[in-house]
Design a protein around this ligand. Structure first.
Ligand code: ZN
Ligand code: ZN
Length: 115
């Protein structure tokens, strides 16, 4: 248990979202002092952001050379280009239908089809 070096109040674990990843810090509820924690202390606390399966498979990249992949007429959500290469990824069990991914041939933005 940690105590605030400024006012002596007990520090409470406080989730805090950073730019890259979520962190948990100890904060003083009285004066606002914050103490970063790392390692086992941080892991013992509940994770602030749970990565959903959708987010994980969204970063899957095709193994093939993008130039050899089939293309489809579809509007890129990022640059509005109208052509993207596509491929299928079997995400989990074979009983689930594969997810279709697209990659804009202009800007390289990759996204998945939401059914
Ligand atoms: Zn304090
Ligand atoms: Zn694009």
């Amino acid at each position: 248990m940690d105590f605030c070096p400024k006012c002596g109040s007990r520090l409470v674990p406080t989730p805090k979202s950073g730019k890259k990843k979520a962190a948990v810090i100890y904060a003083c509820p009285k004066c606002g002092y914050e103490k970063g924690i790392r390692g086992r202390d941080a892991e013992a606390l509940p994770k602030v952001i749970e990565h959903r399966p959708q987010e994980q498979i969204a970063v899957i990249s095709p193994q093939e050379n993008p130039q050899t992949m089939p293309t489809i007429k579809i509007t890129c959500p990022k640059c509005r280009h109208n052509e993207a290469s596509w491929w299928l990824v079997q995400t989990r069990g074979a009983d689930e239908s594969p997810t279709q991914f697209y990659r804009c041939i202009k800007c390289g933005y990759t996204w998945r089809e939401y059914s």
